[in-house]
Write a protein that binds this ligand. Structure first.
Ligand code: GRF
Length: 200
């Protein structure tokens, strides 16, 4: 079968377990795609270690390394353009994607967020903060949302949501673990669906 080799550009800031799940889906041939590169805003991150180990091209682009915001944005944009991605996948990327890039790649930038948006989404809602609030508020259901990225944090059209039950004995840590395990299936699945639609 002559499946198209779509180019996925990943943005990650942290441990990179979703990036790893996406990469493994490509390697196993479950996605008709390859990871063209990783962009990381930090000099140290689990995602970067994995990219180095697997020899995946990676670009470390900390905004603070640039003289100005506009120099940073110009550089980031030129790197993204050179990678010519079919999809840009945010996987735990904590910086906001500059508006110029959102405009240029409209409909091609996807994010995964560890709550059932619009709940627990928006500026400042990330990682353990989300899971702590979910437990504190006595929610019975949480989960993860895959959505298109627009110019507002966690606000773009929802593509898919997947739920997990919050059990009375759950802690923020156990909830985070359950949600991540689910995300590692959800994200590749949704990306696969999007790519298969593109090829029709
Ligand atoms: C994930 O839970 C994702 O929903 C959120 O950030 C987390 C990233 O985790 N946007 P990892 O770096 O992929 O392990």
């Amino acid at each position: 079968m002559n499946s198209p080799n779509y180019r996925l550009l990943i943005f990650a800031s942290g441990s990179g377990t979703n990036f790893i799940a996406l990469h493994q889906s490509c390697v196993k041939g479950e996605l008709p795609a390859r990871i063209c590169a990783l962009i990381c805003d930090r000099k140290k991150a689990g995602a970067l270690d994995y990219a180095r180990e697997q020899q995946i091209p990676h670009h470390v682009i900390p905004p603070s390394d640039f003289e100005s915001e506009s120099a940073y944005i110009r550089h980031l944009e030129s790197v993204v353009d050179r990678e010519a991605p079919d999809l840009i996948l945010l996987a735990g990327y904590l910086k906001k994607i500059p508006d110029r890039i959102v405009d240029r790649y409209a409909g091609k930038i996807i994010n995964i967020h560890p709550s059932l948006l619009p709940k627990y989404g928006g500026r400042g809602w990330y990682g353990m903060r989300v899971h702590r609030a979910v437990i504190q508020n006595g929610e019975r259901i949480s989960g993860s949302t895959v959505h298109y990225v627009n110019k507002v944090y966690d606000d773009g059209p929802v593509i898919a949501r997947s739920k997990v039950e919050v059990l009375p004995e759950d802690t923020p840590e156990t909830l985070a673990e359950k949600i991540k395990a689910m995300e590692h299936r959800l994200y590749p699945e949704v990306v696969g669906r999007l790519l298969n639609n593109q090829s029709h």
